[in-house]
Design a protein around this ligand. Sequence first.
Ligand code: SF4
Ligand code: SF4
Length: 434
Amino acid sequence: MNELTHGFRIEAEKCHGCMACMRACPTRAIRVKKGRASVIPQLCIDCGSCLAACSTGAIAAATVGFAELDKFKYKVAVVTPALYTQFPLKHAPAQVNRALRELGFDAVWEYAVDIELIDLAIRKYVKNWSGPFPLISNSCPVVVRLVQVAYPTLVNQLIRVDAPRETAARELKRRYSKKLGLEPSEIAAVYIAPCQAKTISILQPAEGGGSSLDGSVGISEIYNDLLSILRRGPAEDDPAGNGNGSSEWFHWGAPEGEFPSLSQEHYLPLLGLSDIIKVFNDIEKGKIRNIDFLECHACQGACIGGNLTVENLYVARTRNLRLISGLSLPSQAMGDEIARRLSEEDFSLRAPILPRNVEGRDIDLRDRVARKKRADAMMKTLPGLNCGLCGAPSCRNHAEDVSLDRAETVECVFLSRDRIDVLRTIYKKTARGD
Ligand code: SF4
Ligand code: SF4
């Protein structure tokens, strides 16, 4: 199995073994052994719940730093509309773009046209689809990974239209390469990301194909620098900035962003992993009927509330609505561009999305039955308190870990007095702040 990359790193020396991350993880990917958290890579969906739960700063988002981008001759910032909602409205999108250029980007790419194109491509895909419904949006990488890890039977229902950010990166490289006489490989398309999951979708796309983006910088990483540039900049719009997103572009980063693509009665927007998991469970039970399309965002508030954004979600949402209200629908020029590219380009994913090879799922059926029996037998010896002191989130997870040879029976404190002494030492140290 290829090694999986994740959008964060755990700094062992800062970890106090408090288990908050383990309890927050929706796919039960974290174990806390000997007072230190670690991740089972195949189960991690990069949702960032562990980052949010960690109070010691031991879990930090990993993005691509500016230094790594220096090898490129021309650096283009690919901006998500969520970026503009982070600043007071007096700092208009065109000014934010100017600040990005001052920060070191040679150009800024707003992908409003690509959003329109993807909207049309999704509409066409849903109309022509003859397989099982509902289809599921793929723009949130966490949702794609959740399906791959926990709902392999739904993988075919993930829509196979490329994400707008990828289409945008291809288009900007084509344009700038022609305009500047550079090779596309000399141009960096850098996504200004609202979450670390988007970074991972660039470093390791879920569908296994390559990404056209070259890296990402989290909004929170550059926020302070941008704000100080904006504060000392001119109050009026910078004529050099483009700031020309359409209202549909601004819709895309907010809840119900893909809504204009489909008719209302066959469409369900879902926000937050727990609600998405409930609906996916209902789909597996055959309880969801007459729905064509699920628009799923792992974050409450969609990308405007991503874990690398800085502004209060409600403030950002209000700003987004104000920005939308000040924008027109796509212009005629945009319409001509869309018509041209729609006939010339293919918006399909470069490679199919497959279920992830989760440990235990890929083994021989007889072996799998034997392991399940072993886990069931062990469950009978465990107290069923789900205390987590063994380092697994529940007694069932501990029994499964033992059946997969990644834990030992005696790690349950109730089966081993020695474990209590080990834990006592760890927590005494933590309390003293050693
Ligand atoms: S990112 Fe999500 S899935 Fe991965 S370990 Fe953290 S909480 Fe679990
Ligand atoms: S909904 Fe959240 S996790 Fe998903 S892409 Fe947007 S910011 Fe990232």
